[in-house]
Design a protein around this ligand. Structure first.
Ligand code: BG6
Length: 514
């Protein structure tokens, strides 16, 4: 990772005892620390209402690092050094005392270090606390220097267009837009960031990136996991709010956007919002024609028995919440007219696979007898990071026989180092004041505008079209039916068994380092 110059900082995490802090934020900060990406002068204040002392709290955080850090179990000495920078501040988010205590701590740190660096306030809290915390930060004047002080807000950002607008206005009255970092962790994923480089640093692809050459595009985020212990949140959310409104629409924007004026936050966000504004907004009838929703029934995922969604903890036994969505989106712009974008996401699916598949049109003039498979460009975001191009080639031998072949670039073959996690990249960006990979308020509202007709149609017709799918499959049959009229099928990246790192990878790494 290129070294960024990061200022001294105090990092406050609201929701210190939460899962996000434990599984993602602290492991990410620990890795930034051991890789020397943080300033030497920093402190992490962790705020939550449970009574726990610093030592016990740090021990609990260490269990999270040991379990979830990409670098494996923490090094004892490095963890001890890092943990000295963590203070637990006990307090109720609704009470003024909490912010008095936080302010004292932050000011003492700054006084002791004789700095006034960046102040980052991370809202890893349930949505109902966002306004109250934002308000308290303003009253306490804790977040008032717009060049240095920032808040980071996690999704869900609102539950519909109205609530998102209301929240945006609430925050806009208290902070400048440039102080507000709406985080979508998909934007921090290595391969997602690479899509911009792939598209706009290579002249070979961009001229083909339009309706003259592209037949259709599929964006698929298949998850192997169930809703697990998050049934309470998920049952009032569903896959459309949880995944499509944010992660998948962000991917759509990155794939479909025009080349921005520059690689800088406002230009990129402007290019993305142009895409959202061009997405066709469906009426109710069009929703039922173009969007499929499903819910998982019992089944087996990866050899493991899974219960039905309706039997999950904190889920209503007659719930109609969708755990799967497949939809056809249209972008009404000269570049994309007539090119369908098929988006799909679901839980408890056959296996984890996040891919973008760009299918090109057939060759206009056929000179061979064999059937020709159209070219496909496949960008695999996870679990493998990979870019592949399927093309037709001649089978070696005496006859002109064609078969599809693949050119493949696998990150793990070229780069030995484990890649930074999305949260590492994004936290560092916030500390650095770099907003390129964060959503702007208007983008969030437009994304809600796109999905609102679906939410409304389903609310009015709660049972209509909800299809059950067996856990461990690729979703309900109706998702396949969605593609049939267009003579298309869902693309599934072939499962590649894990391999040990081959020799040439080490060489490529050396070359890259010189
Ligand atoms: C979160 C959703 O935003 O993204 C989860 O709330 C989902 O339901 C997760 O599982 C997927 O993220 P990733 O990085 O595991 O693909």
């Amino acid at each position: 990772m290129a070294q960024k110059k990061v200022l001294p900082a105090s990092i406050t995490i609201f929701g210190a005892k939460g899962d996000l802090t434990w599984r993602k934020l602290i492991p990410a900060l620990y890795n930034l620390y051991i890789d020397h990406h943080l300033s030497q002068t920093f402190h992490i204040f962790c705020v939550d209402f449970l009574a726990v002392d610093d030592a016990a709290y740090r021990d609990w955080l260490l269990t999270g690092v040991n379990e979830f850090s990409r670098t494996g179990r923490a090094d004892a000495q490095k963890w001890t050094e890092f943990a000295r920078h963590i203070t637990y501040v006990q307090g109720d988010f609704m009470k003024k005392d909490t912010y008095d205590a936080l302010k004292k701590n932050v000011q003492k740190f700054e006084k002791d270090e004789n700095i006034r660096g960046v102040r980052m306030f991370y809202f890893a809290v349930a949505p109902r606390f966002i306004e109250v915390i934002a308000d308290a930060l303003c009253i306490q004047k804790l977040c008032n220097r717009d060049n240095l002080d920032r808040i980071v807000v996690e999704k869900p950002f609102g539950t519909d267009l109205d609530s998102a607008r209301k929240l945006n206005r609430y925050l806009a009255k208290r902070f400048k837009e440039k102080q507000i970092y709406h985080i979508d962790h998909y934007l921090g994923k290595e391969m997602v960031q690479n899509i911009l480089a792939f598209r706009f640093a290579n002249h070979v692809f961009e001229p083909l990136w339009n309706n003259e050459y592209i037949d259709h595009i599929q964006i698929s985020v298949a998850e192997e996991v169930s809703v697990g212990k998050r049934g309470g949140y998920y049952d009032s959310s569903g896959a459309l709010r949880d995944m499509i409104q944010n992660h998948l629409l962000q991917l759509l924007c990155i794939v479909a956007m025009d080349c921005p004026k520059a690689y800088e936050a406002e230009a990129i966000r402007d290019a993305k919002i142009k895409v959202l504004k061009s997405v066709r907004i469906y009426n109710t009838e069009q929703v039922f024609k173009n969007v499929v929703r499903g819910q998982y029934a019992a089944g087996v995922v990866n050899g493991q028995a899974r219960k039905a969604y309706r039997e999950e903890e904190q889920v209503k036994p007659d719930s109609n919440t969708e755990t799967f969505v497949a939809a056809r989106f249209l972008i009404e712009s000269p570049r994309w007219k007539g090119v369908p974008f098929f988006l799909r996401t679901g839980k408890n699916m056959e296996r984890q696979s996040t891919t973008i598949m760009i299918q090109f049109k057939e060759t206009p003039h056929k000179i061979f007898k064999d059937d020709i498979t159209p070219n496909k460009l496949i960008i695999s975001i996870q679990p493998e990071l990979e870019i592949g191009l399927l093309f037709e080639g001649k089978v070696p031998g005496l006859h002109m026989k064609l078969l599809p072949m693949e050119m493949d670039f696998m990150y793990k073959d070229a780069y030995i180092e484990s890649l930074p996690e999305a949260y590492e990249a994004l936290l560092l960006d916030v500390l650095d004041g770099e907003a390129t990979q964060f959503m702007r308020a208007d983008q969030i509202e437009w994304a809600w505008k796109v999905v609102m007709p679906m939410l409304d149609a389903w609310k009015k017709n709660p049972k209509k079209q909800l299809q059950f799918y067996e856990s461990g499959t690729w979703g309900p049959a109706s998702a396949n039916a969605l593609l049939k009229p267009f003579a298309k099928e869902w693309f599934h990246l072939a499962h590649k068994p894990a391999t040990t790192l081959p020799e040439p990878a080490a060489k490529a790494q050396q070359v890259a380092a010189t």
